[in-house]
Design a binder for this molecule. Structure first.
Ligand SMILES: [Zn+2]
Length: 259
């Protein structure tokens, strides 16, 4: 199938036109080559490493979440030009989707994270407005141990590797290391009852307080937000910007492969 046809399918399924996004997002096909797409790949960022890897693996269409057009300084433009040159040289078309991919109720990042946290069967409602639309979810009506949620987030950092030869003690210590990479401001209850889930970088505590949440799970937040969460008695669980945003691109690529 042609890259433009596939991009159109992405826009249709994600309802791209209905979203307002940040100026740098530029949702849609960002690099094109006009050839038939035989292999679809995904990456969170359209950085040099991902483009290089896509070229090496003969990917014709790379689906990304953070595209090429963020930032407009001279340095940003220089980095961008290098990435576009490499993508063109390697024959990698790039389709990017930002907020539509966070928000999608089936393929999206936030619903993907919610499921990965083991909350997939819980009652959830839209939460976390960015540019006028909810891109995350709030989960209520259950009791979840904060410790278990942190463990699940740590597991997202686990790259499957052959475990032959590794001792149990070795595995335990590497899990301990992963656990330490999840940043937790444990200011709220040990048992969470009202949880907000928004992937990437989300630190709007106004929305968290207004929704009556005791816990916010996101990728990253800035330091003042961490300090405020502590004072407000809200659990802030930060799983990593990239780690919480792999779901959407992976699911969208999977969908395109079935066409
Ligand atoms: Zn992001």
């Amino acid at each position: 199938m042609n890259e433009k046809v596939l991009a159109k399918e992405c826009d249709r399924i994600l309802e791209t036109k209905k979203f307002r996004d940040y100026p740098g997002a530029k949702n849609g096909l960002q690099v094109s080559h006009g050839r038939t797409v035989k292999k679809v790949g995904w990456a969170v960022d359209a950085d040099l490493e991902s483009i290089r890897k896509a070229g090496k693996e003969k990917v014709d269409l790379l689906i990304v979440h953070h595209g090429l057009f963020w930032g407009s300084s001279a340095l940003d433009r220089k980095i961008r030009a290098k990435r576009i040159r490499l993508a063109k040289r390697l024959g990698v078309a790039i389709y990017s989707s930002h907020l539509p991919l966070d928000a999608h109720p089936e393929l999206g990042n936030s619903i993907g994270l919610l499921r990965a946290l083991g909350l997939g069967k819980s009652k959830c409602k839209p939460f976390g407005v960015a540019m006028g639309r909810a891109i995350g979810w709030k989960v209520e009506g259950g009791r979840w141990k904060r410790r278990d949620l942190v463990k699940r987030l740590a597991l997202l950092r686990c790259e499957p590797r052959p475990s032959r030869g590794s001792s149990f003690a070795g595995l335990a210590s590497s899990f301990e290391r992963l656990l330490n990479q999840v940043k937790v401001v444990a200011a709220g209850p040990v048992i969470c009852r009202r949880i907000g889930i928004v992937t990437g970088g989300f630190g709007d505590l106004d929305q968290v307080v207004r929704a009556g949440l005791d816990t916010l799970i996101t990728g990253e937040a800035d330091y003042p937000t961490e300090v405020k969460a502590k004072e407000l008695g809200i659990n802030l669980i930060l799983g990593g910007h990239r780690e919480t945003e792999v779901f959407g691109v992976r699911e969208l690529a999977r969908h395109l492969r079935t066409l």
